[in-house]
Design a protein around this ligand. Sequence first.
Ligand code: URP
Ligand code: ZN
Ligand code: ZN
Length: 467
Amino acid sequence: MKILISGGTVVNAVGPIAADVLIDGETIQGLCAPGSATTTAWRENADRVIDATGQLVIPGAIDGHTHMEMPFGGTQSADTFETGTRAAAFGGTTTIIDFAIQSKGTSLREGLDQWHAKAQGNCAIDYGFHMIVSDVNEVSLKEMDVLIDEGVTSFKLFMAYPGVFYSTDGEILQAMQRASGNGGTIMMHAENGIAIDVLVAQALSRGETDPRFHGATRPSILEGEATHRAIQLARVAGAPVYFVHLSASEALAEVVTARDRGQNVFAETCPQYLFLSDEDLARDGFEGAKYVCSPPLRAREHQAALWRGLRTDDLSVVSTDHCPFCFKEQKELGRGDFSKIPNGLPGVEHRVDLIYQGVVKGEISLGRWVEIVATTPAKMFGLYPTKGVIAPGADADVVVYDPNARHTLSAASHHMDVDYSVYEGLDVPGRATTVLSRGAVVVDQDQYVGTPGAGRFLTRGLNGLLR
Ligand code: URP
Ligand code: ZN
Ligand code: ZN
């Protein structure tokens, strides 16, 4: 199948240019000056011409942080790989990297096999895995090397959730030492979980059970402290570290200091920390449960620091941490005890649109938008230049994006399999109109037209951003 995308403005991380895009099969063949002889020839031979006049043409976005079908607190996240990846495609995301989980007492292999079984044959777009290491021991440390050979090249460790995912500083150091030898990237959930558990118990004993106490018991200082500690451990080990879901200015300041020193320290933030706040967590009644995630939503003052970090590249990626739980049946588990509210928010469908609002508001440039949602995740997670760029030889993961199309984010119209939206009623300009995954149109003007299960597992390389 030959496709010509004509008349649009191609936006790569370097910025916008007027160009036509030639696609042959699963691959981008080239970019051409609009109206050139090559374009005319392609137009004659193309099986399909997509008119992108007045629209942006961007690389398919990469969401490096999702949790489909993830067990948590006696339930599991509501989106399956099928529903979650289809929703992602509607929003212009053509690759997700989900977190396979090693439960305590099991091997990395068992966890990874489970995730392959969940995803294989069910994804609408391409997918890869990171590995959550919950049990650092001699066997799992050796397994890290094997997983890297299989294309699972990043490992998440937790400084939070004692008894579940938590690793001690000594265990973290050992995993980092292993990563410094095998080229893996350690991803860190940086919150001081030991201190948080004390604050949670104290709050509950005072009868403070509402959702807002989830935030009050996880103060930003304890994210800053854990971030500092993880950076020092990475320094000792000589390993790169990538902070997931960074939410607080204290944590960002630690990242800035480390990067200024030349350390291989990277961080992502998520749309919820840029657009929502602790005021949402404090909504009336049990409504705040919709906004419970960890780290928690912060005071609005943190948002300016996060946008600044995105401009300076101290925050180099925005991922969603998509981890949806239905309000009615799942968030309900924590009524009367905030510590039992499943942690996580839906968002995989809306990241590209929400970060585009940063362009609209003048926070970031068009090129930086693409870099944050597509190009840098591709480089960080070993997918570049197959993904994350519109260039000859790259996978034809392409999004035609109408910067002027307005739409309203709502549970009534979103495609995620969850009964509420944290952005309910938010009206935004910008929307993916046509989405291609490896040369196949999967979303066309609001319709899913892909082949279910066509998404492929991606064998990822090593972090391409180490300095
Ligand atoms: O609340 C969150 N973030 N849930 C997902 C698990 C994690 O820590 O990323
Ligand atoms: Zn986490
Ligand atoms: Zn997560």
